[in-house]
Design a protein around this ligand. Structure first.
Ligand SMILES: NC(=O)c1ccc[n+]([C@@H]2O[C@H](COP(=O)([O-])OP(=O)(O)OC[C@H]3O[C@@H](n4cnc5c(N)ncnc54)[C@H](OP(=O)(O)O)[C@@H]3O)[C@@H](O)[C@H]2O)c1
Length: 242
């Protein structure tokens, strides 16, 4: 077995938070198909292990169970990056919607609001801070997963929506401060996932597209590397219903 001795000899590496389900897992499959090595996290260890097992026939996967708001866990993620020797892509995908159904701001429990901000804003910034040296060394890409709720003032979406709006703005500033990186906010559009069901409790969401339908848009973003900024998946590559 030969040991890779330079960055260029090693396969590209992506770290995807929330990689055990939904969009994160779909992205992991899309990148595994291209031979990327993957570091994935999620809180639920069993679902994460199942996800890693599904991917292991195509690539190297490091599954690390933990919560993105836990500094020790983020440090373990950084150690995994150091072990693999490079980081080409960070996808801050793990997210918390808040209580379901979502409360109006007038009565939004502040401990829940803090948790939404911790998961959706502070953790992505903290993880990016930790991994900037490796991302810079690889002239890498940061993708912060956004939402239309970041720009539309939907009633009841004041916690999650304002956290995603703040994440969008932090992403734009990170891009301005790091011109050598590609730094994107991406609104994936409505997707048939557990989080979407929590946002619409009791509703039939079977008409929403599967997460896999937007993966081509993310791959297109990586391939074409447009200017840093905010993009909608549906505008990058139109979603084709299965
Ligand atoms: N679904 C939509 O319609 C939609 C629309 C716009 C934007 N988005 C965005 O798309 C992204 C993915 O959402 P999704 O719908 O795919 O969600 P999902 O299916 O519910 O999956 C969420 C993933 O994140 C993990 N996760 C949640 N909280 C975590 C934490 N604190 N630490 C580590 N991992 C955590 C979950 O595993 P554990 O629960 O085991 O931790 C799971 O792997 C989110 O940023 C969301 O805001 C979704």
């Amino acid at each position: 077995m030969t040991t890779p001795d330079s960055l260029a000899d090693r396969r590209p590496v992506a770290l995807i938070t929330g990689g055990s389900a939904g969009l994160g897992l779909a992205l992991a499959h899309g990148l595994a198909d291209r031979g990327w090595a993957l570091i994935l996290d999620a809180r639920g260890a069993d679902a994460l292990k199942n996800a890693a097992d599904e991917l292991a026939d195509r690539t190297d996967v490091v599954p690390l169970a933990g919560d993105v708001t836990d500094a020790e866990h983020r440090s373990d993620l950084a150690d995994a990056v150091a072990e693999l020797g490079r980081l080409d892509l960070l996808v801050n995908n793990a997210s918390y919607l808040g209580p379901s159904p979502q409360p109006q701001l007038a009565g939004y429990p502040l401990d829940e609001l803090r948790r939404v901000y911790e998961v959706d804003l502070i953790a992505p910034i903290a993880l990016t801070q930790l991994l900037l040296p490796e991302l810079t060394a690889a002239t890498g890409v940061v993708i912060d997963i956004s939402s239309d709720a970041a720009v539309e003032a939907y009633e009841g979406w004041g916690g999650y929506g304002s956290a995603k709006a703040a994440l969008d703005h932090a992403t734009a500033i990170l891009a301005a401060e790091n011109p050598d990186l590609a730094v994107y906010s991406v609104d994936p559009g409505d997707l048939r996932t557990a989080m979407h069901q929590a946002a619409f409790p009791g509703e039939d969401i079977s008409d929403r597209p599967e997460p896999a339908t937007v993966v081509p848009a993310f791959l297109h973003l990586l391939d074409s590397r447009p200017a840093s900024g905010r993009y909608k998946a549906a505008e990058l590559v139109p979603v084709v219903a299965p």
